[in-house]
Write a protein that binds this ligand. Structure first.
Ligand code: B12
Ligand code: SF4
Length: 473
């Protein structure tokens, strides 16, 4: 008899495929386990959708990101527990990786898994399948649980496994065509590595993966991606890796695989500016030939001093070198910035806006979105902010309200916030392909950006009034 394992992805923005659940679900032996993935974003009534699969199930696994997805994860877990009080409920993902103990304050959650989850979840399922209790998990590394007398135990971390030793992701577990429809394009999400070797002070990765990195071998990727293309006929492959360009020889070998297999696809991935600057012209040309259409290069700040403070380990020149290289090879780039770091000066914010302008004009294929710093847990910058008196959310309900869209931290004054929002507005329309009556507005926007003249923003007020949602982008 196969045991049913139900996996839930909470509601979130965008339609990126639930790769975390795909990873943990695919690593279970299909002869022994039947895996059902339910994505809250695809369901009119997620609780009913989960409940429909719970009778006879062995376990419910939920992936949890910090912020709004927590509220949905709690609602679904509570409903599942009410329906099946004996059902083990396991939370994994970025939030439980940082707050494994705290998540167990939610009574409906029995176990939390920290960091890479495939092997831990596999062991947990075997444990439950053997009829063992959620309270007897002392020999399972990489998780936290409650003992019989309610004490929370955090087990030692599990060693990061080489991804090449894990089972390939079985996309038959996902309704791939539905994601294409919702995305409005035949784009497959794929992950080829885990972790990151760098130490950026605003990022959770160094905390969760201890600056370790593991990646799939190029040949395995070539075979897997060709096979996926034959089955799902995607036009575009979106790598969700933290830093895809970590090892240039690997990147080049994957490009060779795509070229050799004549895959008619484009692809997009993340790249650090130092990696881009170091990448040889030949390797970049090969990437382009294999379909590279866009990279995301996190700039974060236009001030070298701030870059150093946030331990980005990037020099400004490397950003421009990468930008030039991408421009020469016709590769589009998104250069995200973060403003409003704790204690950030007006000059530093202005330096970021200036740098965004300089990058934006280099190519019509460049974008420079600007975000506000939010002290996401797990980073050393957050620890510093807490030391200086910032109070992090405490309960899961508080964490669920802690979200990113459009909001700024307490380090951004109302004036600076207004300036940045106006800058973002004018930058958005200044370079967008527009026509007809919007052309004069575009001319004004360019004029304003050139002179940093954002007073009396009538165009913005009109736009906010006509299209209130546009503010969010
Ligand atoms: C896709 C993605 C999203 C999607 C999520 C789509 C979805 N499925 O719902 C969207 C676009 C919604 C998103 C949004 C955001 N994201 Co995001 N996102 C990612 C990204 C690029 C890929 C996630 C992924 O699929 N990874 C591949 C899988 C295989 O890895 P994984 O998720 O780590 O899963 C492993 C383990 O965590 C564990 N695991 C995970 N789930 C489960 C469940 C169970 C039951 C078990 C046992 C184990 C387990 O096992 C898995 C396999 O080893 C990651 C970076 C990354 N590479 O992970 C950032 C990342 C998760 N995002 C991050 C951030 C900061 C954000 C935003 C704040 C970004 C922003 N400024 O706008 C928002 C906020 C989210 C929100 N509150 O709604 C941070 C961490 C956030 C956090 N603390 O939770 C990350 C790590 C990027 C970074 N380094 O800063 N994101
Ligand atoms: S921001 Fe990117 S490069 Fe820096 S530690 Fe996080 S994942 Fe690595």
């Amino acid at each position: 008899m196969r045991h049913r394992i139900v996996l839930y992805n909470p509601r979130a923005v965008f339609y990126t495929m639930p790769l975390a659940l795909l990873a943990v679900g695919s690593h279970l032996d299909p002869e022994r386990y039947e895996v059902v993935i339910i994505d809250g974003r695809l369901e009119a009534d997620p609780i009913a959708a989960v409940r429909a699969h719970l009778d006879g199930a062995l376990c419910l696994g939920v992936t949890v990101l910090t912020g709004a997805p927590i509220a949905d994860a709690v609602a679904v877990s509570r409903a599942a527990k009410a329906h099946r009080p004996d059902l083990p409920i396991v939370w994994g993902g970025w939030h439980p990786s940082m707050f494994g103990r705290e998540c167990l304050e939610e009574p409906s959650v029995d176990v939390t898994v920290q960091a890479q989850g495939e092997v831990t979840f596999h062991d947990l399922c075997d444990h439950f399948a053997a009829g063992k209790s959620v309270h007897d998990l002392e020999s399972c590394p990489g998780c936290a649980y409650r003992t019989r007398d309610g004490e929370v135990r955090q087990n030692p971390a599990r060693t990061l496994q080489d991804l090449n030793r894990l089972r390939p992701h079985d996309y038959r577990l996902l309704p791939v065509e539905r994601y294409y429809d919702l995305k409005g394009k035949r784009q497959l999400d794929y992950i080829s590595s885990q972790g990151c070797a760098f130490r950026c002070a605003f990022c959770a990765d160094p905390f969760v993966y201890n600056r370790k990195w593991v990646g799939l071998e190029p040949q395995r990727m070539g075979e897997e991606i060709e096979d996926l293309w034959r089955r799902y006929r995607f036009d575009d492959l979106s790598f969700q890796d933290e830093t895809y360009f970590t090892y240039a020889p690997r990147v080049e070998a994957v490009a060779d695989e795509f070229i050799r297999r004549k895959l008619p696809i484009t692809w997009a991935a993340t790249m650090r500016a130092d990696q881009g600057a170091r990448l040889s012209e030949d390797a970049m040309a090969k990437c382009k030939r294999s379909g590279l259409r866009r990279v995301i290069v996190g700039v974060e700040s236009g001030s070298q001093e701030m870059m150093d403070r946030i331990k980005k380990d990037i020099k400004m020149e490397q950003v421009f070198e990468s930008a030039e290289k991408c421009r020469r090879h016709g590769v589009h780039v998104i250069f995200p910035f973060i403003v409003g770091f704790p204690g950030e000066s007006d000059e530093s914010v202005q330096a970021s806006l200036d740098m965004a302008k300089r990058l934006r004009v280099l190519s019509p294929g460049f974008e420079t979105p600007i975000f506000y710093f939010k002290p996401y847990p797990g980073s050393s910058l957050t620890d510093d902010a807490v030391r200086d008196g910032y109070v992090l959310p405490r309960t899961l309900a508080d964490w669920a309200r802690f979200d990113f869209i459009g909001s700024a931290g307490p380090w951004v004054s109302p004036e600076r916030h207004r300036l940045v929002e106006r800058f973002k507005f004018y930058q958005r329309i200044a370079w967008k392909g527009v026509g007809g009556w919007t052309r004069p507005v575009q001319t004004v926007a360019r004029w304003r950006l050139k002179r940093d003249a954002y007073g009396l923003p009538v165009e913005k007020l009109l736009s906010d009034w006509l299209w209130p949602q546009a503010e969010m982008s």
